[in-house]
Design a protein around this ligand. Sequence first.
Ligand code: XIL
Length: 448
Amino acid sequence: MLRRLIAAAFLAAALTTLPATGASAADAPLRDLADARGIYLGTAVTGGRLTGGYADVAGAQFGSVTPGNEMKWGSVEPTRGTFDWTGADRVVAFAEAHGQRVRGHTLVWHSQLPSWVTDGTWTADRLRTLLTDHVTAEAGRYKGRIDHWDVVNEPLADDGTLRRSVFGATLGESYIADAFRAARAADPAARLYVNDYSTDAVGAKSDGMYALVKRLLAQGVPVDGVGFQAHLVLGQVPASLETNLRRFADLGVDVAITELDIRMTLPATDAKLARQKADYASVVRSCLAVTRCAGVTVWGFTDSDSWIPDFFPGQGAATPYDENLVPKPAYAGIAGTLAPVTPPAPGVCSVTYAVTSQWTGGFTAQVTVRNTGTAPLNGWTVRWTQPAGQRVTQAWNTALTQTGADVTASHLAYNATVPPGGSTAFGFNGVRSGGNPPPTALTCTPGG
Ligand code: XIL
């Protein structure tokens, strides 16, 4: 919540970075648009490609980067005891040079493990130590430099029960708690996430995740967030995405879209790309709608750097930029959704005051509020000063207070809105002890 308020304060700052001529807010980099709305917009990157145009787009457009492969166990410790941090270091250095956050991905996963882990024969105790040592080594190396860690990736089977991975099968669910505790100890500043796919909709698998997170929190396990990979299919953004994010947030954890891509059967057509634009917009909208949604990460920003064609034969074009780093309609879908919300025009009003009858010691007046603007008037407040000690005794069609000579009269619910060119009136009875000169300092202010 506080983050969103702070973000609003930075809105103006973000918009001063707009190009000068003919530019609308939607032309600002995605990272600035997202910042101004209180979320981050991130991308997975391939460390080895961070030069030239690829690096330019990655650095300029995204506020967060995730190493696509470079932090996986198989990458950092291909041989037992021999660490190779080259790829991971490169991505972290790039992020720091470009003022970006890093989503660390991932400390514990059943896939892309080094063969010495998968091929070894481990007792439960040995495997547990191996796992927590790995978490301690990697999270410790990047201590203080990682915004979010995907501590455990894909712990669940399709039906929402514990995946029978080498860790799940040997150690049961307890390995998850151990990994989180080791990560917290190694890097207390990082926000610690559990991350999975096909948990985007409300359903059996996300119910399993929900129950798991609830159990972990009840045990005091330091889980700060839940990541939803969102590897989606064109036209199939789950209708329950926002509801699902919100129910996790209501558990007291952050949520994030961590690996968004939206694949289609190739070739891409204009119609499919238009559909994809709407789909991207809808995912970003869901995150914006949930206060605890920290941000959205796309799993590769260019189609030339997407895992989809390799893993889903015949499918592709899943990211917001084409192979030549030209933004696709999906890019505009994201930018348009992140564009600043323009506050409604405040409206313009004018006011007239007329005494409609008067008698010894008293009078009745009618005050008319007119909308002289071109937008609807959403509420109004009329103020004036009674110059000769007149006092209001009873008013109608307004909420009126008088302090000394100063009177303030505001709309009620039913007459707050006045259309352009329209008017509304209220009245009052007053007492007087002498003459009945008209009010001074009579003003109408929109709103109030
Ligand atoms: C993918 C990478 O993008 C590919 O380059 C690699 O060959 C396989 O893994 N879920 C995850 C990611 O959590 O780590 C996967 O990344 C995609 C699915």
